[in-house]
Design a protein around this ligand. Structure first.
Ligand SMILES: [Zn+2]
Length: 348
C-alpha cells in the first residue's frame, strides 16, 4: 500500500524512495483498520507501507511487488490519458479500498488491479459496493491471469458494457493495459501504453478436424464429461468420436460456459434429438446448462441464451430442425459416423 495515516490523521502517499527515506522513524497507521504500518524501502520494489501484523482485508493485496508496481503504472497511464488520478482511495461507507481511481468530467472509474486469486463471493460483494456508490469498477487482470486463450479463470472477471460488449481487461503492470472484446471466433484487443492505442485481433477458432481429433483424445484419456457423453451416445448406438460435423459449425467460443460448446451441442442431440422439441423442453435443457458462479459479473442466463440461439441457427440453416407453433420438429437426423476415421474421411 502507498497511502497511510500519520498521527495528525493526514494521509501520506509514498511516491519515491527519497521521500520514504526522509519519513523513516515516523509512525503511521493503515487508513482502513487503523493498525500500525511501517515503511518498506528496498531497492527493487517501490517504497510502500506494510502492516506490522497481518494485513487487513482492505489492504491484503496491496503489499505484493506486482501489485504495487502495477498500481503506480496504472496511475501514470491514467494521467497520460488525461484523468485525475488517486491511489488507494478508501471508501469508508463500503469499507473498500480502491487500487487506483481515474476521474474526468463527472466520470469516476475505479481500477482494481487483480494479481492474486479472488473468490466469486468477494468479487461480487466488492463490485456491488462500488455500484452502490455509483462508480464504475474495472477489474484489471494482472500477469498471473494473462493468456492467449482466456478460460474459466478469466471468465470470472468477464464484464459487459454497451461500449465494449463482453470484455476483459489485462495489464502486466509495466507496459500495457489491454481490453479484450469478445467477438465470435476471437477477441478484438486494444492495447494502451506509452504509444497510441493499437488494435489487433486474436482468433480463438480451431480447425474442425482438430476439434474432432480432440474428442478422440478426450475419450482416450477418459475425460469425465466426454465419458458421460459417450455413455449416452452408446445407448443410442452412436460413438462420440463420430459425432456429426455440425457440432463444430460456427461456435461462439464464449468463455464462462461450463463445458466446451461442442459438448453442449452433442448433449442437445442426444437428449432432444429423437422427438419433437417443445418450447418448454428447449428452455429447460438450456437452463440446466447454467452455472452462475462461473461468471458472477454477467448473467449466465444471457450467455447460455446466446449459445442456444447460435446452435438453433446452425440446425435451422442445415434444415434439420424446423420451427412449429409449439417448438421445433426434426426434419432429418444429423449424420453420426462409426468412428473418427470415417468422420474425417467424410470431410474430404
Ligand atoms: Zn489495514
Amino acid at each position: 500500500m502507498f497511502v497511510a495515516m500519520n498521527p495528525s490523521a493526514q494521509l501520506v502517499t509514498l511516491v519515491a524512495h527519497e521521500q520514504a527515506a526522509k519519513l523513516r522513524g515516523q509512525k503511521f497507521v493503515c487508513p482502513a483498520c487503523r493498525r500500525p504500518v511501517r515503511i518498506k524501502n528496498g531497492a527493487v520494489i517501490p517504497a510502500h507501507f506494510a502492516h506490522i501484523g497481518p494485513a487487513c482485508q482492505a489492504a491484503s493485496e496491496g503489499e505484493s511487488a506486482d501489485h504495487l508496481q502495477g498500481n503506480l503504472w496504472l496511475a501514470a497511464l491514467g494521467r497520460q490519458l488525461g484523468y485525475q488520478v488517486t491511489l488507494e482511495t478508501y471508501y469508508a461507507a463500503i469499507k473498500q479500498r480502491a487500487d487506483v481511481v481515474w476521474q474526468r468530467a463527472g466520470q469516476t472509474l475505479v481500477l482494481e488491479f487483480q494479481c492474486s486469486p479472488l473468490n466469486p463471493e468477494r468479487l461480487v460483494t466488492r463490485t456491488r459496493g462500488y455500484h452502490q456508490l455509483g462508480v464504475t469498477v474495472v477489474w484489471v487482470l494482472g500477469p498471473r491471469y494473462y493468456s492467449k486463450r482466456p478460460g474459466t479463470m478469466q471468465a470470472r472477471f468477464l464484464q459487459y458494457s454497451p461500449r465494449y460488449g463482453y470484455h476483459l481487461w489485462f495489464s502486466d503492470g509495466r507496459e500495457f493495459l489491454e481490453v479484450w472484446q469478445w467477438e465470435a471466433q476471437g477477441y478484438r484487443v486494444t492495447r494502451y501504453g506509452s504509444k497510441r492505442p493499437v488494435t489487433r485481433v486474436i482468433g480463438t477458432g480451431r480447425a474442425k478436424a482438430n476439434v474432432a481429433r480432440l474428442i478422440q483424445n478426450q475419450l482416450h484419456y477418459r475425460e469425465p464429461n466426454a465419458l458421460t457423453l459417450q455413455a449416452l451416445a452408446y445407448q443410442q448406438g452412436h460413438h462420440l468420436a463420430g459425432a456429426p460435423w455440425l457440432i463444430h459449425e460456427r461456435p461462439l467460443s464464449l468463455i464462462g460456459i461450463k463445458a466446451p460448446e461442442w459438448q453442449l451441442r452433442v448433449k442437445f442431440l442426444l437428449t432432444l434429438g429423437q422427438t419433437d422439441i417443445s418450447r418448454e423442453k428447449f428452455i429447460a435443457f438450456w437452463a440446466a446448462q447454467r452455472v452462475p458462479v462461473l461468471t458472477p459479473l454477467v448473467s449466465q442466463t444471457t450467455l447460455i441464451k446466446l449459445v442456444a440461439a447460435r446452435w438453433l441457427e446452425v440446425l435451422e440453416d442445415a434444415q434439420l430442425l424446423v420451427a412449429t407453433n409449439t417448438g421445433w420438429q426434426w426434419r432429418a437426423v444429423p449424420v453420426w459416423y462409426p468412428d473418427l476415421i470415417s468422420k474425417l474421411n467424410a470431410l474430404r
